[in-house]
Design a protein around this ligand. Structure first.
Ligand code: ATP
Length: 467
């Protein structure tokens, strides 16, 4: 199993190796914003592609969508976000810093103890539990007030004028407002789902823990529509719980010990939801929400949008044209950044490794599942001499047509192996002076460190069978 890692170590490794950089760094940064570097973007794209393949391409009952981030503001009235997408904000009376009261309580008492807490209960509970201000350590809180998390901006070119518009706080509503278009253009029959990957924005009161909670993030969401008279919701709900958990354990490769389901308590559910189950991950600071495995949202969203837009969003039963229904929906909702963070944490491993002089050392290995590894193969000529690079460069070029390949000729081979281990490259290929005569290379396996000699002519089929 992977070794545990502190967040400080992970943040440093991500920056050093080019996974994730602090946002706007040369200007002193922008608090809690992060940029994905050359390896981070590969990892992110691989995660997205794996998710899309599993949940869209490999299923005949799913289609995709890419809706705009900016939507008609009425969407957010209908969905309830303008009136109730809020978190309880408390001010420290001593230092005037602002925090999310429920999260401070959660940090001390655990998620379950605070689930469903009412706005007016937040401050008295914080005082009773002697929750100190994380900034100045005093215990003196204002009453909690509702803080809307939506980012508001103006649409239009005239300064000071233009209509209020919001950056979407979730991708899901883009799916509901396109329900009719998708049904009509794709001839979809219930049950079926629509999937979408894209950016969402929330003006979080207390972002933090690296990419766990940021104000700009990416979501991968599914709305799975069904006829409640034909399909029993509980069975479907369980199927989606299984599929989301399988994605986290089998595709992302997270060990079962680090994952658990958490059912929302009755008083924690949104008013329209009849059941929600999250998947939590054991982050270094404790269990935290990784994704919503399944949420049963009934017909709430489609009914609201039909009412607010005046459009008929009903579905006509293809076997009985007179039967019109508003489908119900189950929503699995994944956070891409949180999944990537869990992937980094669970892949990190420290192992004893032999050194060239016969001693022992510790190597850091990112044991990414091969499918997700940012770089699949590193081609490493033993020296920078033309005799070797004239073989290694064309070889790298050839393999790069199929896989993401690195080519590095500087530093000692030992250092280059360590670097590739740290970025999780499954295979290193060494081109040495024997290659000139035997037309073979040494392939080193990331996990076992075993090396085998493979003929260059067989290399592509060798990797085809492994990757
Ligand atoms: P939390 O309780 O942590 O604020 P949430 O319950 O509001 O999360 P959902 O609305 O269910 O989150 O969003 C689905 C997923 O989107 C979450 O499980 C998470 O992976 C991701 N997500 C939500 N908010 C953020 C954020 N601020 N930064 C990064 N990812 C986020």
């Amino acid at each position: 199993m992977a070794s545990d890692i502190t967040m400080d170590k992970l943040v440093a490794l991500c920056k050093q190796r080019g996974f994730i950089f602090p946002g706007s760094e040369i200007y002193g940064g922008l608090a809690n914003s992060w940029d994905y570097g050359p390896l981070g973007v590969e990892l992110k794209n691989n995660l997205k592609q794996a998710w899309w393949k599993i949940f869209v391409h490999e299923r005949l009952d799913m289609v995709g969508l890419d809706a705009a981030i900016l939507m008609n503001p009425r969407v957010w009235e209908a969905s309830g976000h303008i009136s109730s997408f809020t978190d309880p904000l408390v001010d420290c009376k001593a230092c005037h810093q602002r925090f999310r009261g429920d999260k401070l309580l959660e940090d001390k008492l655990g998620v379950d103890a605070v689930a469903g807490i009412k706005l007016e209960e937040v401050q008295p509970r914080m005082m009773a539990e002697a929750i100190a201000c994380p900034a100045c350590k005093k215990i003196d809180w204002t009453e909690a007030k509702r803080f809307n998390l939506m980012f508001k901006t103006k649409q239009g070119v005239v300064d000071g004028e233009g209509a209020d518009i919001y950056l979407r706080p979730e991708t899901a509503q883009g799916i509901f407002v396109n329900f009719k278009n998708v049904v009509q253009s794709q001839l979809m029959r219930l049950p079926f789902g629509i999937a979408q990957i894209g950016k969402s924005f929330r003006n979080e009161i207390t972002p933090g823990n690296f990419t766990f909670r940021t104000r700009e993030f990416e979501q991968m969401e599914i709305e799975y529509f069904f006829d409640p008279e034909a399909t029993e919701w509980k069975g479907l709900f369980e199927d989606w719980k299984k599929s989301t958990m399988a994605f986290m354990s089998e595709t992302v490769g997270i060990h079962a010990d680090k994952l658990r389901f958490r059912d929302h308590a009755a008083d924690e559910l949104s008013h329209y939801s009849r059941g929600t189950t999250d998947i939590e991950f054991a982050f270094p600071w404790g269990w935290g929400e990784l994704c919503a495995a399944a949420a049963y949202r009934t017909d709430f969203d489609l009914t609201q949008h039909a009412q607010f837009s005046g459009e008929n969003l009903q579905y006509t039963d293809p076997d009985d044209n007179k039967r019109k229904i508003t489908p119900h929906v189950i929503e699995p909702s994944f956070g891409l950044d949180r999944t990537l963070l869990a992937l980094l944490l669970s892949s990190y491993s420290e192992e004893k490794a032999p050194t060239a002089d016969g001693g022992e050392d510790v190597r850091v290995v990112m044991k990414f599942p091969y499918r997700l590894a940012p770089v699949k193969i590193a081609i490493l000529p033993l020296s920078k001499k033309d005799e070797l690079t004239s073989i290694s460069l064309p070889l790298a070029q050839k393999l790069a047509k199929r896989w993401r390949v690195d080519h590095h000729s500087s530093q000692s081979i030992g250092k280059r192996y360590r670097r590739q281990d740290e970025v999780g490259t499954p295979f290193c290929v060494t081109v040495d002076f024997d290659t000139i005569t035997d037309n073979a290379v040494t392939v080193r396996d990331r996990d076992t460190m075993k090396q085998e000699r493979i003929a260059i002519a067989d290399l592509e089929s060798y990797f085809s069978s492994k990757l």
